[in-house]
Each structure stands twice: as structure tokens, then as C-alpha cells.
Design a protein around this ligand. Structure first.
Ligand code: PGA
Length: 262
């Protein structure tokens, strides 16, 4: 497998707290059908946990299914939470860790996110570690300081092999659900710095294999120019993952980005 093959585009849909059981089942079926025409693109959907098992059953291995959140402990008195083994039991193979809504709405600390990343990986889920700065942090010139601290804490229990096996999603908080996207150059600058952090931590060869997704108001109209950037290996999509039409537009953009030039 060439290094290039190792960084296949990875497009993920984060459905957040949306869909009904019926609409979730038809959405995943539509997404899986669309994904079938883009064999060079890897696809994940993150449905609400209540629908995870049903969505995984409909997906039937055609695309991957992941959990939006998890608890780092294996069991116990944690009302309302889900252990990694439970998510694996119902068909999850990936897990979002430290999505900005978990950090900012539910108060998850960077250290707890690190505990979740380690628990996910130890239990057989591929963690998607989400990082990103707020608008105030960007305006203060602290973007890389914030992102680096989130990466350090998020990977605090992992050895080099562990870090090499996660997915990273860079999502500037000011671009999530706002319709405001980072420009391709702004996004690439942070992605390159994340790749630099990985290089320091696990070496250049392993760093080149880690997939770094961009997230924040990605839609069919802006996906191609974002995915054309050297260190942007995929997208974590919220709003535009809720219709087959919009999400498959992003899959097409990812597929054509990888098509050999004529
Ligand atoms: P958005 O959400 O695409 O609606 O901005 C992205 C995310 O929160 O993962």
C-alpha cells in the first residue's frame, strides 16, 4: 500500500441530535448507496446513540457507523452514559471525542477528552479527536496554542502507535453551524501545523499516514477547494450530512479530488 493510499479521503456525517428512527434508517441507506459509487472515499455516519444499532444494521458494513460520544469508564453508576463496549456491541467502529459541543456546551475538559480517546482506542473504536479554537482565541492569535494543547491532552495516554492510529478533525468553533467556513488557506495552515505536531510526536513517516479532517460548515459548494489542500484529508460534516443530496455532493467532491488528473 502506498503512503498515498493510506490517506484515503474520509468523509463523516455528524447527525448530532437530529433525525427520527425512520428518517435515520432512510438517510443511512441513501448515504450507503451514494458511497457505493465512490469506492475511493471512506464514509462514516455518527447517528444519535439511540438509533446506532438500527443504523448499523441498515448500513450492513457498506459504510462505517460511529458514536458521537462515549464514557471513558467500562461500567458503573454513570446515568445516561454509554461505555465503549456497549457502542461496539451495537455496531460502532468510530467515536467522536471532544467535539466542540461536548467541550463548550457540556463542559468536557481537555483531559477528560484524552481519557475518552484512550478508552475508545483500547476498546476497539477508532477515535476522531476534534480540536479547534473559538473566535476570541483566533483573534487573540492563540489558534495554534489552543489546538496544540488540545492535541497534547487528547493524546496524553497514547504511545506513538496509538497516536498514529487516530483520526484528527480540525473544527474551528466559529465555523461550526454558522455558515462561516475557514478559507482553504486558513484551514490548510492549521492542518499543516497539526501535521507538524504529529511529526514531532510520532515521526514524519507515521505523521504522513494520519488523516486530518476539516469541519465547520462544509457543503457541496466549498468541499472541493477545502479537500484540494495538501493536509486536508476529509471532512466532518454536520448540517450538510442530513440530506443524501448534500452529503453525496461532498462525497463526489472528495472522489474527484482523488481522481488521477487526465
Ligand atoms: P456543521 O457542523 O457542518 O453544521 O458546521 C460540523 C460539526 O459540528 O461537526
Amino acid at each position: 500500500m502506498s503512503e498515498d493510499t493510506a490517506r484515503r479521503p474520509l468523509i463523516a456525517g455528524n447527525w448530532k441530535m437530529n433525525t427520527s428512527l425512520d428518517s435515520a434508517r432512510s438517510l443511512v441507506d441513501g448515504v450507503a448507496s451514494a458511497a457505493a459509487s465512490h469506492a475511493a472515499v471512506d464514509v462514516i455516519v455518527f447517528p444519535p446513540t439511540a438509533f446506532l444499532q438500527s443504523v448499523a444494521t441498515v448500513a450492513a458494513g457498506r459504510i462505517a457507523v460511529g458514536a458521537q460520544n462515549l464514557h471513558d469508564q467500562p461500567k458503573g453508576a454513570f446515568t445516561g452514559e454509554h461505555a465503549v463496549s456497549m457502542l461496539v456491541d451495537v455496531g460502532a467502529t468510530y467515536a467522536l471525542c471532544g467535539h466542540s459541543e461536548r467541550r463548550h456546551v457540556f463542559g468536557e475538559s481537555a483531559e477528560w477528552v484524552g481519557d475518552k480517546v484512550a478508552a475508545a482506542q483500547a476498546g476497539g473504536l477508532t477515535p476522531v479527536l476534534c480540536v479547534g479554537e473559538t473566535l476570541a482565541q483566533r483573534e487573540d492569535g492563540d489558534t495554534m496554542k489552543v489546538v496544540r494543547a488540545q492535541l497534547e491532552a487528547g493524546c496524553r495516554h497514547l504511545d506513538a502507535d496509538g497516536v498514529g492510529a487516530i483520526v484528527i478533525a480540525y473544527e474551528p468553533v466559529w465555523a461550526i453551524g454558522t455558515g462561516r467556513t475557514a478559507s482553504p488557506a486558513q484551514a490548510q495552515q492549521v492542518h499543516a501545523a497539526i501535521r507538524g505536531w504529529l511529526t514531532d510526536r510520532i515521526g514524519a513517516a507515521a505523521a504522513q499516514r494520519v488523516r486530518i479532517q476539516y469541519g465547520g460548515s462544509v457543503k457541496p459548494a466549498n468541499a472541493a477547494e477545502l479537500l484540494a489542500q495538501a493536509d486536508i484529508d476529509g471532512a466532518l460534516v454536520g448540517g450538510a450530512s442530513l440530506t443524501v443530496e448534500a452529503f453525496s455532493g461532498i462525497l463526489s467532491a472528495a472522489a474527484s479530488e482523488r481522481a488521477p488528473s487526465a
